[in-house]
Design a protein around this ligand. Structure first.
Ligand SMILES: Cc1cc2nc3c(=O)[nH]c(=O)nc-3n(C[C@H](O)[C@H](O)[C@H](O)COP(=O)(O)OP(=O)(O)OC[C@H]3O[C@@H](n4cnc5c(N)ncnc54)[C@H](O)[C@@H]3O)c2cc1C
Length: 336
């Protein structure tokens, strides 16, 4: 078992690059270590489970224990003529896993290339990009219950996946540690998802295959999103709000150019980036905090911003959007 470190700076463990300290910090490499650690510390509530730190904003020092999950491994557990089911441990890097699937010609997650973070966090917010979400290929996951310290299995329905959400981010928040996930990936012939116009345009004369899709997505993402190794950020800070049709109609009278896309059950999704740009936050900053020049939905740390600076800035965006549009933005990033 790795050593428990005290008063530990987690600057290198969060992609906002915020220099906050955790009272205690431990990296865990195996399921047995995790179970032993949690058995020894039964009842301790202030434990935070950390993956790649790419979807979390530490607004202040963490006065508890951060358990960094670094459990590695993957294996194919079922194979038919059409599909495989692969089990991947929580501490595997997501993008490296996507690259492995492409190298082996397994389809289904190529549109999720270059999403930072680890496999264990992927179900938490049902990661998604370019028309594909984790739930599209998800089979099940193994989780450790914080209450009983027992391993349980959750199938897809039990995870209650939704847009950037799941049971683990809503009613069962902090109650389970994801140990591994099982995904059903396709063997040839693949069905490709090119529903995003910006992606489709690139394939007018180019062969469509898994690696070409992944390459194009990587190019688009690199042109639109800041590299967390260079500029601190957590990707989209807010979810795209979903509003009912009556509210949309009212807003369209005032803002005829308001972009909107049909969502489920007669609701409409509005791009939060458009709202943020419209209220003038593209040019706003607070010390080292601002929005990314190519994508106003991404809040960036341009240097030495603190977590509370970022939170203050995010809250002022939220307040302005509510005042101007009567729309409540909801954070996609987990605020601690
Ligand atoms: C540049 C950039 C682009 C991004 N683009 C996208 C995108 O296109 N689509 C998208 O969906 N997201 C995107 N994200 C957000 C982020 O990459 C994903 O949400 C990712 O899944 C987070 O993984 P992580 O390991 O870094 O999680 P962390 O930030 O470490 O944790 C996130 C949350 O999950 C919990 N958690 C982590 N691991 C476990 C576990 N094993 N068991 C239980 N709880 C756990 C944590 O406690 C925390 O609440 C982007 C982020 C960045 C920086």
């Amino acid at each position: 078992m790795n050593k428990v470190l005290s008063n530990f700076s987690i600057k290198d463990y969060n992609t906002f690059n915020i220099d906050v300290k955790s009272n205690k910090f431990i990296s865990i490499n195996t399921e047995d270590q995790l179970i032993n650690y949690l058995t020894k510390n039964k009842g301790q509530e202030d434990i935070f489970f950390l993956g790649g730190g790419s979807n979390v904003l530490f607004s202040k020092d963490y006065n508890g224990t951060i358990v960094h999950l670094s459990i590695k491994g993957k294996k194919i557990i079922e194979e038919s003529d059409d599909n495989i089911i692969v089990e991947v441990c929580s501490g595997e890097n997501w993008h490296e896993f996507v690259m492995w699937s492409i190298e082996n010609n397994y389809g289904g997650i190529e549109n999720l290339s270059l999403i930072p973070g680890n496999v264990g966090a992927a179900p938490i917010q049902n990661i998604g990009a370019y028309g594909v979400e984790l739930r599209d290929v998800f089979d099940s996951c193994r989780v450790l219950s914080r209450e009983s310290n027992e391993i349980e299995h959750f199938n897809k329905d039990k995870c209650e996946f939704n847009y950037r959400s799941s049971i683990f981010k809503s009613k069962e928040k902090n109650k389970y540690v994801i140990l591994s996930i099982r995904l059903k990936l396709s063997k040839e012939p693949h069905s490709f998802n090119l529903t995003y116009d910006s992606l489709k345009e690139r394939f007018n004369s180019k062969e469509i295959n898994l690696s070409n899709i992944s390459e194009e997505i990587i190019k688009i993402r690199k042109s639109k999103l800041p590299d967390p190794k260079k500029i601190g950020n957590c990707g989209s800070f807010f979810k795209n709000p979903i509003i009912e049709s009556q509210k949309l109609e009212k807003l369209l009278q005032k803002y005829p150019k308001l972009p909107h896309h049909k969502s489920e059950n007669g609701f409409y999704k509005i791009p939060a980036a458009w709202l943020i740009e419209k209220i003038g936050f593209k040019d706003e900053s607070l010390g080292d905090v601002g929005v990314y020049i190519h994508q106003p939905l991404v809040i960036v740390n341009n240097g030495n911003a603190s977590g509370s600076d970022i939170l203050k800035f995010a809250n002022s965006i939220k307040n302005s959007v509510r005042e101007v549009f009567n729309i409540k933005l909801e954070e996609e990033v987990n605020i601690i």
